[in-house]
Design a protein around this ligand. Structure first.
Ligand code: OSB
Ligand code: MG
Length: 372
């Protein structure tokens, strides 16, 4: 049995080491909503809401998520006798549309709390089988092909096993060509457009087929499953969907329509772990590989992503960079690191496997609210 007595919301401000630019916006400092869930016996579980500062990736932001958690998500869970974390998703979906990042934050916190209560690693509770996850890096848009080549070279030297380049109109084919020529044929390379194109750009995007990319992530709009299918028919390179896959039904639609051949699973985007596992299982049955994306999370969100990425069908490298790629100092101990083979290690200790640095969190907190 799982009973959450109290949820403490905190907003922390965490400056990125360098601004991260994608086709739809730029982030220089993260505003991160953290959740601390307290059980009836005083055990705590942690989670992080991945909603951004602006509604440029999804329609949610930290401010809408905060409101949703306070007004509608937390009240459904608080002080309830829950059979386990696996039923939280269904409780949150009943007659409650959208707000998936808000729901995910609470759902994932329930899983972490449950893992602590039964003294097992979160990864084990989710059905994880992998001890190490192959790591890739996501490189933001740069001012010139030369600047991008420099970053990509450094990333390969650091040991990253997949290099993802953000692209946008005006920063695409020549940039990708420059990186492919500089790194050679053996490096796993991919691009992510964050919905910057339309089907009218199909001929231009075909130019990317020349660079032996692992995949092209989310070239078209979030709701464009039919147009993605049309684009996929014109391209040799597999399409991967990120923004479009908001739940398991959307993943099913992608498979049926052949809108893409790979899925980027972000648990925050799909409403939490139960839905992520459902998408993982569906994709596995259909031979569709998945990988775990990132949302510039702190060490808490990263812990949740690493646990999920330990499931067997996460066969492609995840966007799971170590703490030092983002922050001067993370908010967890130990910080997340990558070994010389470009692997992040799945913790074997109970819960998410890292401890929250409470002093640091308190110092970074700009507002907090206790829901009980
Ligand atoms: O599309 O994957 C994306 C960051 C913010 C919003 C969207 C995306 C990203 C990234 C960063 O690519 C991945 C990371 O956390 O390292
Ligand atoms: Mg993406």
């Amino acid at each position: 049995m799982l009973r959450v007595e109290r949820i403490t919301l905190r907003e922390i401000r965490l400056p990125l080491k360098e601004p991260f630019r994608i086709s739809s916006g730029i982030c220089t400092e993260r505003r991160i909503c953290l959740l601390e869930l307290t059980s009836s016996d005083g055990v705590t579980g942690w989670s992080e809401c991945v909603a951004g500062e602006q509604p440029n990736y999804s329609d949610e932001t930290i401010d809408t998520a905060w409101l949703a958690i306070r007004s509608w998500v937390a009240p459904r869970i608080l002080k309830q006798e829950l059979e386990g974390p696996g039923i939280v998703h269904a409780i949150l979906e009943r007659d409650f549309r959208g707000h998936r990042m808000a729901k995910a934050a609470v759902e994932m916190g329930c899983w972490e709390l449950a893992a602590r209560l039964c003294d097992r690693p979160l990864a084990a509770l989710l059905g994880g089988t992998r001890e190490r996850i192959v790591t890739g890096i996501s490189l933001g848009l740069q001012a010139s092909p030369e600047a991008l080549v420099q970053r990509a070279r450094a990333a390969v030297q650091q040991g990253y096993k997949k290099i993802k380049l953000k692209i946008a109109p005006g920063a695409d084919v020549p940039y990708v060509r420059a990186v492919r020529e500089a790194l050679g044929a053996d490096v796993h390379l991919m691009v992510d457009a964050n919905s910057a194109y339309t089907l009218d750009d199909a001929e231009w995007l075909r130019g990317l087929d020349a660079f032996d990319l692992l995949m092209i992530e989310q070239p078209l709009g979030r709701d464009d499953l039919v147009r993605h299918a049309a684009l996929q028919r014109l391209l040799k390179t597999p399409l991967c969907l990120d923004e479009s896959i908001t739940d398991v039904e959307r993943a099913q639609d992608m498979i049926t329509l052949q809108s893409g051949r790979i899925v980027n699973i972000k648990p925050g985007r799909v409403g939490g772990f139960a839905e992520s596992i459902a998408i993982h299982d569906l994709c596995r049955r259909h031979g569709v590989p998945v990988w775990c994306g990132g949302m510039l999370e702190s060490g808490i969100g990263r812990a949740h992503n690493v646990a999920l990425a330990s499931l067997p069908n996460f066969t492609l490298p995840g966007d799971l960079s170590p703490s030092a790629r983002y922050w001067e100092r993370d908010i967890v101990t130990p910080e997340w690191t990558m070994d010389g083979d470009g692997m992040v290690h799945v913790p074997r200790t109970p819960g998410m496997g890292v401890a929250v640095d409470m002093d640091r969190v308190e110092n970074l907190t700009v507002r907090s609210e206790v829901l009980a």
